[in-house]
Design a protein around this ligand. Structure first.
Ligand code: G3P
Ligand code: MG
Length: 239
């Protein structure tokens, strides 16, 4: 699997409100070829882009994402908490985000981010939308149940196991969801574990890496890509 080396975390990293279409546009404008974002279900089962299970931190809404229909979620302002300059920015659906990625030529890592108790349902719904819209896509999740449900729903879509630190049984986790790659926190990755995963032929990608020297250490260990809030630290030719 070929990764862009520099992947804008939560769409545009720190340069835009997280998980918004504005983030995707900014990522593309500065030369990023890849983006990552989080997909969760509204009460009607439609996947939208948001990281937290509750709305308060990143939007003008209140309460649980899982309790509100997507038609209402999509009307929320997901920009002004970042900066008033983005106050027209709506919370997007996964479909809108994937369509924009396709038109901007962005590779997208859709992180399946289920609200508690909605793991399998979220994996299935994200896989269905991803299949319908298409594009250069990779699904990942911290939730084995969500990833396995996505695998059953859409076997051909590439998947990655997402963990904080690489567990000793990482091969089992990969096999259970038919995953082709492993994503872990950059600050947990040891030289030994990087060698073990890379020597087995699986790409590694690390989050969230906001310094060039940290990224350089990881690339030297064989890591294929980093998720960063600061894609602006790299030149276009390095991405
Ligand atoms: O997918 C990598 C990274 O986004 C995982 O952490 O909490 O930012 O979704 P989080
Ligand atoms: Mg994420």
């Amino acid at each position: 699997m070929i990764y862009p080396r520099i992947i804008a975390h939560r769409c545009g990293g720190a340069l835009a409100p997280e998980n918004t279409l504005a983030g995707l546009r900014i990522a593309a404008r500065i030369g990023c070829r890849g983006v990552e974002f989080d997909a969760m279900l509204g009460a009607d089962g439609v996947p939208v882009l948001i990281h937290d299970e509750t709305l308060e931190r990143t939007t003008t809404g209140l309460g649980s994402v899982a309790a509100i229909d997507s038609t209402r979620l999509l009307l929320l302002d997901a920009g002004c908490r970042h900066h008033r300059a983005f106050s027209e920015e709506s919370l997007p659906s996964l479909e809108q985000a994937l369509r924009l990625c396709a038109s901007l030529g962005l590779w997208a890592n859709v992180e399946i981010k289920p609200a508690a108790g909605h793991e399998a349902e979220t994996g299935r719904a994200v896989a269905r939308v991803a299949t319908a819209i298409g594009g250069k896509l990779l699904l990942s999740s911290f939730s084995p149940e969500a990833l396995q449900a996505a695998a059953v729903e859409a076997p051909p879509l590439p998947r990655a196991v997402l963990v904080e630190a690489v567990p000793a049984d990482w091969r089992v986790r990969m096999a259970e969801s038919g995953s082709r790659a492993l994503h872990c926190a950059g600050n947990t990755l040891t030289e030994e574990m990087a060698r073990e995963v890379c020597n087995a032929g699986y790409p590694l990608a690390c989050y969230t890496v906001n310094r060039r020297d940290d990224a350089a250490r990881l690339f030297a260990l064989g890591v294929s890509a980093v998720f960063t809030d600061r894609p602006d630290l790299w030149q276009v030719a390095e991405m």
